[in-house]
Design a protein around this ligand. Structure first.
Ligand code: CP
Length: 315
């Protein structure tokens, strides 16, 4: 594996998940693989799980880790080629990526979308600039349009808990107080579809995802209809793709309740975290017996370690 940006770098999903299961069973089996190698983790946005799970994964492989909060602790970076740099941005990505590449053997980057300029976000200007000017393998720690390490952990969690070969997986929109990116739902949809699951996306009018991500899923505007017979319910808020970054008015109540869960096949409840309790998902759902949310969070280490292992084996 030369980079990890999306499901398109995953190769055969069954093989990747089998490798992840090995990593989970024997986390220290390759504790010398990364000896003398350094992972750089660059954050332009906040993180708890991605930051800590990827560090833990690297330590399990014997790697050194350097973490830089690019948004707070470093120079502001200019990403436009040919820019006249007379603003507060003091360092160009050309120099920054080339310098970081001399210090690190593998580089992870978190770069959220601005949710203002759809074209800029969906062309992944920040991530692609790092890829262009870095000489080392790049791992996405969540970009403007995707969160592949989260989705890989989600697929491991489903593989570990499923009782039928092709479960019905429902990704359902949920309420929130502010506009959130489409990265997690985009990514979850493309990974779940690629895994061969029977995927339904339930969303209010105006919240359709970009079709490259949702192609292959059943689209439903009636949440109850979508939930019927579900084996997994992935709860997540996202803002509008069509009216980019907006939160169009929503008709009806999209909060998951016990009454709605009764329509499912005793479905497992999933969320990537962080979650706003009793806004996006009720306490009783997060803490209840059907929740596999903590399993997902734990599997973030497994996903990151599997990816790092495959990259280390290729450099
Ligand atoms: N799920 C996830 O990526 O969590 P963090 O934003 O805390 O890293």
């Amino acid at each position: 594996m030369k980079q990890f940006l999306s499901v398109h770098n995953a190769g055969n999903m069954d093989s990747l998940i089998a490798e992840a299961m090995q990593v989970k069973q024997h986390p220290m089996a390759n504790s010398e693989l990364g000896r003398g190698k350094t992972l750089g983790l660059l954050f332009l946005n906040p993180s708890l799980r991605t930051r800590m799970s990827t560090q833990r994964a690297a330590y399990n492989l014997g790697m050194n880790v350097m973490v830089l909060n690019l948004d707070k602790d470093s120079w502001q970076i200019e990403f436009e080629d040919g820019a006249v740099m007379n603003s507060i941005k003091s360092e160009h990505i050309k120099e920054a990526a080339a310098v970081i590449s001399q210090y690190c053997d593998v580089i992870g980057i978190r770069c959220f979308p601005g949710l203002v300029d759809r074209e800029k976000d969906y062309t992944e200007q920040v991530l692609n600039s790092f890829i262009k000017y870095s000489t080392k393998p790049i791992i996405s720690l969540e970009s403007a349009t995707r969160h592949p390490l989260q989705s890989f952990a989600d697929m491991i969690s489903i593989a570990e808990t499923k009782t039928i070969a092709r479960p019905k997986v429902v990704l359902t929109w949920a309420p929130h107080i502010k506009a959130l990116p489409q990265a997690v739902p985009n990514s979850f949809a493309e990974w779940a579809i690629a895994s061969g699951a029977d995927v339904t996306i339930a969303q209010p009018e105006g919240y359709e995802l970009e079709t490259n991500f949702s192609n292959g899923a059943t689209i439903e505007y009636d949440q109850a209809k979508a939930l019927a017979g579900a084996d997994y319910v992935y709860v997540k808020n996202w803002s509008s793709y069509n009216d980019y970054g907006a939160m169009p008015e929503v008709k009806g109540d999209w909060l998951l309740t016990a009454e709605k869960m009764a329509l499912t096949n005793n479905a497992r409840i999933m969320h990537c975290l962080p979650v706003r309790r009793n806004v996006e998902l009720l306490d009783e759902m997060i803490d209840g017996p059907n929740s596999i949310i903590q399993l997902q969070a734990g599997n973030r280490v497994v996903a990151a370690q599997t990816v790092l292992q495959k990259i280390l084996q290729s450099i």
